[in-house]
Design a protein around this ligand. Structure first.
Ligand code: ZN
Length: 91
């Protein structure tokens, strides 16, 4: 059983609005699921690109250091905004 965040009244699973106070019930929409998945994927890529950037300094098996470093910088920005997006939706 869900509870209204506003008045703590009980809510049915199917209700999208509290019938006591009219407050919107936060539902797990496709968009929030997508945002969270996106944030997770970016995080994984970020943690992969760190050792890859370091490895690119020493081996030829990885893309060039400049490419790895650029990817890492881009991912840092994307990760920050993706985290912010995911957090904003949860509050
Ligand atoms: Zn309510």
């Amino acid at each position: 059983m869900d509870r209204c965040l506003n008045c703590h009244g009980t809510l049915k699973k199917t209700e999208t609005e509290c019938f006591l106070c009219g407050a919107k019930v936060p539902r797990e929409t496709n968009q929030t699921i997508f945002r969270r998945r996106f944030a997770t994927v970016v995080r994984i890529m970020f943690f992969i690109s760190i050792p890859l950037t370091i490895a690119s300094l020493f081996t030829d098996y990885t893309p060039s250091f400049a490419k790895c470093f650029a990817t890492l910088v881009v991912l840092t920005f994307v990760r920050n905004s993706a985290d912010q997006m995911a957090e904003k939706k949860n509050t």
